[in-house]
Each structure stands twice: as C-alpha cells, then as structure tokens.
Design a protein around this ligand. Structure first.
Ligand code: A2P
Length: 344
C-alpha cells in the first residue's frame, strides 16, 4: 500500500496534538510526517509513534520542499486562507478543519459516515472541508433518521466544552477553577470567553448575526443542509459550558407530516449506523455523558423518546469528543476515504 507525506498545520494546537494520536490509532499510511506551526513553536518536538519529530515553520514553500501529499490544516481560518492554496499548488490535497472554505461551492464538506461520495468533488479546489464540530456529531445522528422517515425540522441546544476554543479555552477554565478554590475568582482573567466560564455557562458562541442567531448557530444550519443535500429547517442555540472536553446536544427532530415514529425502529437505525453507539437505559441511569465520550472516536446517543403530543416528533441526547470526532478523527477519516477513492 502506498504511504504518504503528511503535513499537520497547527501541530502544537489542541486539534493538532489529537491528530497525531488519531493518525497512529487509525494506522494512517505515513511515509513522512511534517508538523508545522508558527515561528513561536518551530524547533520544538512533537511525539508520534514513539518518535520525536521537530516542528517546522509554516511557509508557502514548505509543502513543495517537503513534497507534501496530504495536508491537514488546523491553525485557524486566517492561516487556511493564506496557506491552503500553497499546499494545493505543491500537489497536496488539503483537509481543512477551519470554517474558511466550508460553504465554498467548489469545496466538498464531508462527514465520511454521511456523505463520502462528496469527496470526489475535491478536484476543483484541491480542498476538502471538515464541518464544525457541533454539526458533525449532529448529522451523524440525523442521517439514519432521515433515511428512516424523512426529516422536516431539527431544533437543537448544545452544551459545548471549552476546548472548542483551543488550548487557551481549557487553560482559562482551569485557571478560574483554581482561583475559585483560592477565593480569588473575582479577579481571575477573562480573555478567551466574553464572561467568566467557571461555575457559569454562556449562551453565545461566536459573533452575533443580524437575524438574532450567532455565527456558530448559523454554521449548524447551513452546514447541515449542505452535508445532507436537503433544505431541512434547523434552529440551534449554542451554549458554552464549563466542561473541558466533549460537546453534548439536546436534539428534537420533526419528521415529515403523517409519520408515526416507532422508537424501536429509531433505536435500531442508530444502532446500525457506523460509529454511533446507543446508551439508553434511563431506569438504570445510563445515557451518554462527556466523561464517557472523551478520548474516544464514537458518537453516543441516548434519552431517545417520542414526543408526548406529536407522533412525528422525537427527542434525544448526543455526546461526542469534539476534538476527536468533531475535528481530528473526522479529518483523518476523510483522508482515509480520499485514499480509498484514489485507489478505487
Ligand atoms: P503555535 O504553537 O506556533 O502558536 P489552538 O487551536 O490550540 O489555539 O492551536 C492553534 C494552532 O495554530 C497552534 O499549533 C499554533 O501554533 C498554530 N498557529 C497559530 N498561528 C499560526 C501562524 N501564524 N502560523 C502557523 N501556525 C500558527
């Protein structure tokens, strides 16, 4: 099997570090690994497969110099905007984890369990976009339901971990918790989030839009429609919670008019979908939680129930490690599918 020269842009970040783990776990066919970051981190070492590999500075020429064939970008939208095309010009396929190219019509937006066939459209741009973390774990659960009954509308509230804001987000929560126990939370730094996050929750992620929703909420609307190729109505409320890792979502799905949702059929559809795990025994206190999902590559669903008023409405809860499933793992799965399609 062919092995590839692989670059990771943002190698020292929260997602970058996780990418190395997932590349190893999923046995990615690597010939040479090229970790890239800013001048701040160039020269440091990252660990991969019991080896220390030196981080190089991200430049426009590095992709050509290192003969990169697959480049994972996870250093923020501005960096992707500036450097992704250089990777493509050097002959690499880019798997971009930022929001920069997601809604570009020449760039496929892919969750491999849901729309792997869209990967083939990468040739126009050389880029495949990885969706927003909250979108990924939601569409993994929506796809089997849409196949089963046809979805008309989705209402979702999220409970999003601080690692969605990178390492700085995690450090801010930990520092504020320490300050709380030292009775100095009042003077603790508030930088990454608009408000104190320790012992609090913040019903805003990303900037306000003219329609009263936030940008994060509108990403969930637009990306879901693009991935499912369907104008499903989506209303989201995205909330930052004081959890280090793994996003949770409370989801209400309205099926087409006339559907009488059968909960056993719904559970069965979830159970038979790739990378979904059902944990759903309320009487035994069993349901998905961040402590279960963290450091795994699965998406967990539970609390599955039919609405008490409308037979075409169901409710459920889902949880996934958003740094893995919502970023690193999805990117690596995209690249593995891309390789599979190249060799088909
Ligand atoms: P660096 O360590 O050099 O700052 P996180 O999402 O955890 O905040 O991580 C962001 C990642 O993006 C880090 O690896 C960071 O590298 C990288 N990064 C940020 N700015 C740049 C830049 N100007 N050029 C290259 N990499 C960058």
């Amino acid at each position: 099997m062919k092995k590839y020269n692989v670059a990771v842009v943002g190698a020292t970040g929260a997602v970058g570090e996780e990418l190395f783990k997932v590349l190893e776990i999923l046995n990615f066919p690597i010939n040479k690994l090229v970790p890239l970051a800013s001048t701040r981190s160039a020269g440091k070492y990252i660990e991969f497969a019991n080896q220390e590999i030196q981080v190089k500075e991200l430049t426009h020429d590095v992709f050509m110099e290192e003969n990169v064939e697959i480049a994972f970008f996870s250093a923020g939208g501005d960096i992707s905007a500036k450097f992704a095309k250089s990777a493509v010009s050097a002959g690499a396929v880019v798997v971009d984890n930022t929001s920069h190219f997601r809604m570009d019509e020449n760039v496929p937006l892919v969750v491999p369990e849901v729309n792997p066939e869209d990967i083939a459209g990468y040739e126009d741009s050389g880029i495949i976009a990885n969706p927003n973390c909250s979108t990924i774990q939601m569409v993994q659960a929506l796809k089997p339901l849409d196949d089963l009954y046809g979805i008309k509308r989705v209402d979702v509230s999220t409970y999003q971990a601080v690692s969605g804001a990178g390492k700085a987000g995690m450090e801010e929560l930990v520092t504020q918790m320490k300050d709380f126990f030292e009775f100095k939370l009042d003077s603790s730094k508030i930088e990454t989030f608009a408000h104190q996050i320790a012992l609090n929750l913040i019903p805003q992620i990303d900037v306000a839009q003219d329609n009263g929703f936030t940008k994060e909420e509108m990403k969930m609307v637009q990306e879901t429609q693009k991935i499912l190729h369907k104008d499903i109505a989506v209303a989201a409320t995205c909330v930052r919670v004081p959890i280090l890792r793994s996003h949770s979502e409370s989801i209400t799905v309205t099926f087409e008019d006339g559907v009488e949702a059968d909960i056993d059929a719904v559970r069965n559809a979830f159970e038979n979908f790739e990378n979904l795990v059902v944990i759903d025994d309320l009487e035994a206190n069993e349901y998905p939680m961040p402590t279960i999902a963290t450091d795994t590559d699965m998406t967990y669903v539970g609390r599955i129930r039919r609405d008490i008023y409308s037979p075409n409405v169901i409710h459920f809860f889902n949880v996934a490690d958003q740094v893995r499933v919502g970023a690193a793992t999805n990117s690596v799965r995209i690249a593995l599918k891309w390789i599979e399609q190249q060799n088909a």
